[in-house]
Design a protein around this ligand. Sequence first.
Ligand code: DQA
Length: 148
Amino acid sequence: MRRVVIVNGPNLNLLGTREPDVYGRTTLAEIEADLVRLAEMLGVQVSFVQSNHEGELIDAIHAASSEADALVVNPGAFTHYSYALRDAIVAAGIPAVEVHLSNIHAREDFRSVSVTAPACIGVITGFGPRSYALALRAAVEILEEAER
Ligand code: DQA
């Protein structure tokens, strides 16, 4: 069965209470529970990583390179400046979909730059918790297409 690792970066453990006007009131645990249900429908396995530490995220992405077929990554604020995370995604050598709850292009200027996006197939941004479901569907379709 195909395996997708869903990686969340700094401050995303606070979803539900963190700036609810921007990020909504859905918790990360609720998002993950929905993704488990969607993964069952799509016939894939999902696992989850969340860390507030850049090095831990990099280690998790390295591990995913041998343990998973694709990545869904919300790098949080690392999106905007972590070349190390970008290099880790490239090094993993598996397709990655970048995801954001908010529309990073409709906020402060610094958020409209993603240094991690070039390492990914594409970016889904601005659909709230639904961004993750769209990203998982995209990752699974990409894997299916690659096997055809
Ligand atoms: C975010 C957008 C980032 O700019 C921010 O630093 C986050 C969350 C999002 O999902 O909308 O932590 O990645």
